[in-house]
Ligand binder design. Structure first.
Ligand SMILES: [Zn+2]
Ligand SMILES: [Zn+2]
Length: 274
């Protein structure tokens, strides 16, 4: 494995995963990973009508830490870390800040899962924007900018352009240049805040020819002086762990990216891509 740390992993502490931490860790060990960072979902006020088969997108943080400590004692051959994936919305900034300050997290991903009260995973999001994919995507990037203007207590921004997976129009082709003004603004803000962006290989898992975000966005981030990237599979099942990490390692090296960041107690360390 050319990338040996997976820093975006869900377990059954997330409402949309059935996988125990044990299963995920054992799979990670079998793949030869040196680090696995759990980043379970905390999406406050997630609209009930969207929950479907998911139980909830909030979890008991005390229990989470207790369980991770147990895992750390049980598995000495891999480093198990306690992260979190926050569903950010501007009005939640204080609440999220208190959560992050209240526990010894190793790593914090900020993600956009909702714009206003709509989840782009569902058709009503797109209907709200007249089924205009470009408008829906632009609003999503706008909302990321709004989030990072008011909330700063995170280490990396998750799956920047994952919204494009959910565009209902099948003939749609994604060209980041159409939203370049928004994208540049959000990247610049992240650079100024000294935050990273995440390379999320779930894009490849969904059959897209690229991870999130698309290469030109990643290139722009580096060009603007972005100091680090983090890498995660966003796996919700053991078989999704480290998904296409070898393929992604080659893509990153071809772009001139030689290293990625891992975190412990919110401090970055850099690891070379083999
Ligand atoms: Zn997410
Ligand atoms: Zn996730």
């Amino acid at each position: 494995m050319k990338i040996t740390a997976d820093y975006h992993v869900h377990s059954n502490f997330s409402g949309d995963s059935q996988a125990s931490m044990d299963e995920m860790i054992q799979k990670a060990i079998s793949l030869g990973l040196t680090h696995i960072c759990f980043t379970d979902h905390m999406d406050y006020d997630y609209p009930k009508q969207y929950l479907g088969s998911a139980r909830s997108f909030e979890f008991n943080v005390d229990k989470y830490f207790k369980h991770i400590e147990k895992m750390q004692e049980k598995y000495k051959e891999i480093k198990v870390l306690a992260g979190i994936e926050l569903g950010v919305r501007p009005y939640l900034a204080d609440k999220l800040n208190n959560l992050v300050e209240g526990y010894p997290f190793d790593f914090v991903i900020a993600s956009s899962h909702l714009v206003e009260d709509f989840d782009p995973y569902f058709p009503d999001y797109w209907e709200y924007y007249n089924n205009d994919p470009n408008l829906g995507i632009m609003k999503y990037f706008d909302s990321i900018i709004e989030n990072i203007q008011v909330f700063h207590n995170f280490d990396t921004y998750g799956h920047l352009d994952y919204i494009i997976r959910y565009v209902p129009n099948k003939s749609f082709t994604y060209d980041p240049k159409l939203y370049w003004e928004q994208i540049e603004r959000l990247l610049l803000t992240l650079v100024e805040l000294n935050k990273g962006i995440e390379v999320n290989t779930a894009g490849l898992k969904y059959g897209l020819p690229f991870a999130h975000p698309k290469v030109e966005i990643l290139k722009k981030f580096i060009e603007l002086g972005g100091s680090y990237i983090t890498i995660g599979s966003d796996g919700h099942k053991p078989e999704h762990l480290a998904f296409d990490f070898n393929k992604e390692a080659d893509i990153l090296k071809n772009m001139g990216i030689q290293q990625y960041a891992i975190f412990e107690k919110r401090k970055p360390f850099f690891v070379q891509i083999d």
